[in-house]
Design a protein around this ligand. Structure first.
Ligand code: ADP
Ligand code: MG
Length: 278
């Protein structure tokens, strides 16, 4: 183990309570000792013989903020379906941390282990206030005992207050969620995901339909979440991808076409051909 590994496992943000044990993880616990939160290896998914994913390999580091781009039909959503257990790959490996085999876990098990997914349409409770939505997101936590303790504890209120600040909806805490703007609803749903304390967040086109100002604020939000969480963001908005500034993966026909800094992949002749050749 090098000193970097030690730092990572000793950090309470990365590990739930085994700091003094170093690499000894309980079964079912996320092992980030190699600093990799997600590892996909040659994943293939076929629909009636058509390969939506074709030997897709991808590694996301713990705390990383990764953008995935690529033309429609490239397999971006299918990739998220595989990670969350909605779709089973025909071939390939998918690991959450070092030890958790996503291809053997159910959708609820994967969510419970700490992979949160945000779909394009917000699924908030419109007839409840912003505060209540965050409270409900915490109550739906499957870890019953932990939830009960959390509710008895005033820390629950603190966590909601903290999340309201993160998503910048403190001033709207008592408003009905249905009265929020489109962008604010998206932030609320991200806040609801955060109440479940996810380690990896998957966000599919999070700024679609947002104003430029909302898009920029969403970028700021994601940048504050990175490090503490790992984020995989599928997005078409290149100004937004540029703002996020991290590594970019280009998917095409179910495989990785290019990967690197945005300016490098944008200058890649194969990437240009895929986008302009449509
Ligand atoms: P993206 O999100 O990059 O636009 P998708 O992952 O949604 O791409 O789709 C990849 C390809 O797989 C597309 O050609 C799509 O039509 C096909 N596909 C996705 N889901 C299914 C499905 N359930 N049945 C059949 N074909 C599908
Ligand atoms: Mg899609």
């Amino acid at each position: 183990m090098n000193s970097g590994d030690l730092l990572l496992t000793d950090n309470p943000d990365w590990d739930s309570g085994t700091a003094e044990l170093g690499h000894m993880f309980k079964p079912g616990e996320l092992d980030l000792s190699h600093k990799v939160v997600l590892y996909l290896d040659e994943i293939t998914v076929s629909f009636d013989g058509f390969r939506a994913l074709n030997k897709l390999s991808l590694t996301i580091d713990a705390g990383e903020l990764r953008c995935i781009i690529g033309p429609n039909g490239a397999g971006k959503t299918t990739m998220m379906d595989v990670i969350t257990g909605k779709t089973r790959p025909d071939e390939g490996k998918a690991f959450f941390g070092q030890t958790l085999d996503l291809t053997r876990l159910s959708e609820p098990e994967i969510a419970h282990l700490g992979i949160g997914r945000k779909f394009q349409k917000p699924t908030i409770f419109e007839n409840h206030t912003v505060f209540e939505n965050l409270e409900l997101a915490m109550k739906t936590d499957k870890r019953v005992w932990r939830s009960l303790l959390a509710l008895l504890d005033s820390a629950a209120g603190d966590r909601i207050a903290e999340t309201l600040q993160t998503i910048r909806l403190t001033a709207h805490a008592d408003r009905l969620a249905g009265l929020l703007s489109h962008g604010q609803k998206q932030w609320l749903e991200i806040g609801m995901l955060l109440m479940q304390e996810p380690r990896l967040l998957l966000l599919d086109e999070p700024v679609a339909g947002m104003t430029d100002e909302e898009t920029e604020r969403t970028g700021e939000l994601f940048l504050t979440l990175a490090g503490k969480h790992s984020l995989v963001v599928v997005e078409h908005d290149m100004a937004f991808v540029k703002q996020l500034g991290g590594k970019v993966t280009v998917l095409h026909e179910g495989s990785v076409l290019a990967e690197g800094a945005l300016e490098d992949v944008q200058a890649d002749a194969r990437v240009i051909e895929v986008y302009l050749g449509r």
